[in-house]
Design a protein. Sequence first.
Length: 314
Amino acid sequence: MDGWLRLLKQKDKRTIARLITKIEDGSPEKNQLLEKIFPETGKTFLIGLTGPPGAGKSSLIDGLITKIRQVGLSVGVIAVDPTSPFTGGAMLGDRVRMTKHALDTDVFIRSMGSRGNVGGLSRSTREAVRVLDAAGFDVVLIETVGVGQAELEIMHLADTVLLVLNPGAGDIVQVFKAGIMEIADLFVVNKADLSGANRLVTEIEELLDLQQWEWRPPIVQTIASLNQGISECWSQIIKHRQHLEETGEWVKRRQNHLRQEVLELLEDSFYQFLKQEMKKPEFEAELEQVALRRKVPHQVARIWLNRILFGKKE
Ligand SMILES: Nc1nc2c(ncn2[C@@H]2O[C@H](COP(=O)(O)OP(=O)(O)OP(=O)(O)O)[C@@H](O)[C@H]2O)c(=O)[nH]1
Ligand SMILES: [Mg+2]
């Protein structure tokens, strides 16, 4: 076994940090390293936390880390910030808040920004999670700020998804309409110390009533800043995991995640290939025809698809 792999499996923090940096920077060795660690992965329990900015996701993670350590499990955290090209104040704040775990070898916390991410943030998040998986962390928590797409992407990655909301923080119906409700395995109404928490719970219940659920997402109230409700939150997470295992959904979800990953990689390769194809002079000529309104974009796309896939000339 390579030295670095041995160190990784000992959860050596410097080795983990270096590997994740290589992933973030799109280092040329990246793919080779990921190939080496892949056989060691697939064991960790992946929990995604998403929700609007400032909902208390990091505070909740802080509490969950303590809880998870109490039950004797190791835990890794990847905090994703897709909005900021820099490691902004929030993430710095996260680090400061979580320093109490800094000396614990069974806790590893890493923030990832979008700067310099080759192949997109969701891809590097997945790869960073894989590093923590190979290192042997029992649980990995992924924090993503809910700003649309990133929220939905978490469901292609995590075994269990927590949606963190706050009382009075906007219209729950909007969340519902955006399709974000569908991805929640568990609702966390955080900042339950603020007024309107019970009303929010009722609103979520009413929306959940509109459907039949194989797993009806439970709603947990927490005050993350005071460490309240964390045990209940953890026990609902465990219940969800049991549900997944009992129904065979655990295996199915994971297979779907891998399918999605391969699909994304294929999409990416095809996209790069097509971009090259479109540089050909024949294509440019055809594009000109479109500009002159002599050809329709759909038509040109169909012609080129036939040419590329089947070598057909139209
Ligand atoms: N009143 C109250 N404040 C809370 C609670 N939980 C967290 N906060 C505060 O809310 C603010 C945001 O908390 P974070 O944990 O950083 O929220 P976040 O969702 O990680 O934020 P981003 O990562 O920036 O999206 C902080 O000032 C927390 O102290 C709570 O239960 N009640
Ligand atoms: Mg945060």
